[in-house]
Write a protein that binds this ligand. Structure first.
Ligand code: RWZ
Length: 363
């Protein structure tokens, strides 16, 4: 397997598919939730499934509620004067038996159509868990509503947008860990570190998904802050045109440099975890993120299509990340890879403004 990592993937996928059907709960609402989870998130379905029993249902619902909110935010066919109040009310509507709204396409539309099942499971959760989910959902909905009219211009705007859509997921996750009693009470108040965990993942996705987001119909979605791209090009769209390649790569490297700010905080957060399954739930996505950043650094393919890790490599890191030791090893591997790329003396790279900062941040 280690020699031919790609060969394990079909086996692993078949295994998981079998596990999902076998393990699908008998209670129909719960079955809908666990059946929908792998359809709307390839990777999170796996890490949520392996959580301790006392947290699994809460995280399954937490994920689906926020995914539904995200589906509403993303649906460009909903007019702004309807969408804004809907985003604000979403946390209340998610507690009303039978409520649903039409939004999204394909698997996301299916999630919305079956949303009453998610509400049912939510209402049966522990009160403490309900409070956390409600709170995150309310704050995220309000933040998303603000950004429907305001563009992401400065790096502060970028951090704030990412705080709403991902940092709050980190904050809420920490509160759920603490409420379960499986992690220290301190996690309930670790908002700053939790925020960094979410921002590191979200920024990695925003960097990797540049092309997908800018080509979005009917209107492009733009998350890269002008404060960064404005140093290199006169419009965000210019980055994808081959004649601007040198500037585009410098800009990409600047975006990656910015994301790397969060990495040390994310390690600091994970060092304090004591539950094995919770540790893996947190660590696996973080390893995937740094691996993706290493792959994207100075890589023109980001502007041509979707840069993806090899499936076998994904499977390898998913299985191997099982302790602080292996987590640090993975961060070392990808950190070294990034450093080597940043140091390699090519003419174009010599003028890369963030090159030295990248090397510093990996020290
Ligand atoms: C991981 C418990 C799908 C919930 C939010 C996720 C939708 C899109 C922002 C809730 C890692 C990618 C999943 C950054 C948090 N908003 N992207 C749990 C959810 C990164 C996760 C996905 C965000 C999110």
């Amino acid at each position: 397997f280690l020699e031919h990592p790609d060969e394990i993937w079909p086996t692993l996928q078949a295994y998981w598919a079998a596990q999902q059907t076998k393990k699908l709960p008998k209670q129909p609402d719960l079955a809908f939730c666990y059946g929908t989870l792998p359809k709307v998130s390839r990777s999170f379905a796996i890490v949520i499934q392996q959580l301790p029993e006392g947290l699994r249902d809460a995280f399954c619902v937490f994920y689906l509620v926020l995914r539904a909110l995200d589906t509403v935010e993303d649906d460009m066919s909903i007019p702004i004067d309807k969408k804004v109040p809907l985003l604000h009310a979403f946390h209340n509507l998610s507690q009303q038996r039978g409520w649903t709204t039409k939004a999204g396409v394909a698997e996301y539309a299916d999630l919305m159509a079956g949303y009453p099942a998610v509400i049912q499971v939510y209402l049966q959760l522990d009160q403490q868990y309900c409070k956390v989910i409600d709170d995150v959902c309310r704050r995220m909905g309000a933040g998303m509503a603000d950004f429907i009219t305001d563009d992401v211009i400065t790096v502060d705007d970028y951090d704030l947008y990412c705080h709403y859509v991902a940092g709050l997921v980190g904050v809420g996750s920490s509160q759920l860990f603490a409420a379960s009693g499986l992690e220290s009470e301190q996690y309930a108040a670790a908002d700053e570190l939790s925020n960094h965990m979410g921002l590191f993942l979200q920024k990695t996705n925003i960097i990797r998904d540049y092309l997908e987001d800018i080509m979005e119909e009917p209107a492009p979605r733009m998350f890269w802050p002008r404060e960064i791209w404005g140093k290199y090009v006169s419009s965000l769209d210019d980055l994808r045109h081959p004649q601007n390649e040198a500037a585009a790569l410098h800009c990409l490297n600047h975006m990656i440099c910015d994301a790397l700010r969060h990495a040390p905080h994310s390690l600091e957060y994970m060092v304090g975890l004591r539950n094995y399954q919770i540790f893996r739930f947190c660590a696996i996505p973080q390893v995937m993120a740094i691996a993706t950043l290493a792959l994207c650094y100075n890589n023109p393919a980001v502007f041509r299509g979707k840069v993806k890790m090899r499936r076998g490599q994904t499977a390898k890191y998913m299985m191997e990340t099982d302790s602080m030791q292996t987590l640090l090893e993975a961060f070392m591997d990808f950190g070294t890879m990034l450093c080597k790329k940043a140091k390699s003396h090519r003419i174009a790279m010599a003028k890369d403004p963030t090159r030295e900062t990248v090397v510093e941040r990996l020290g």
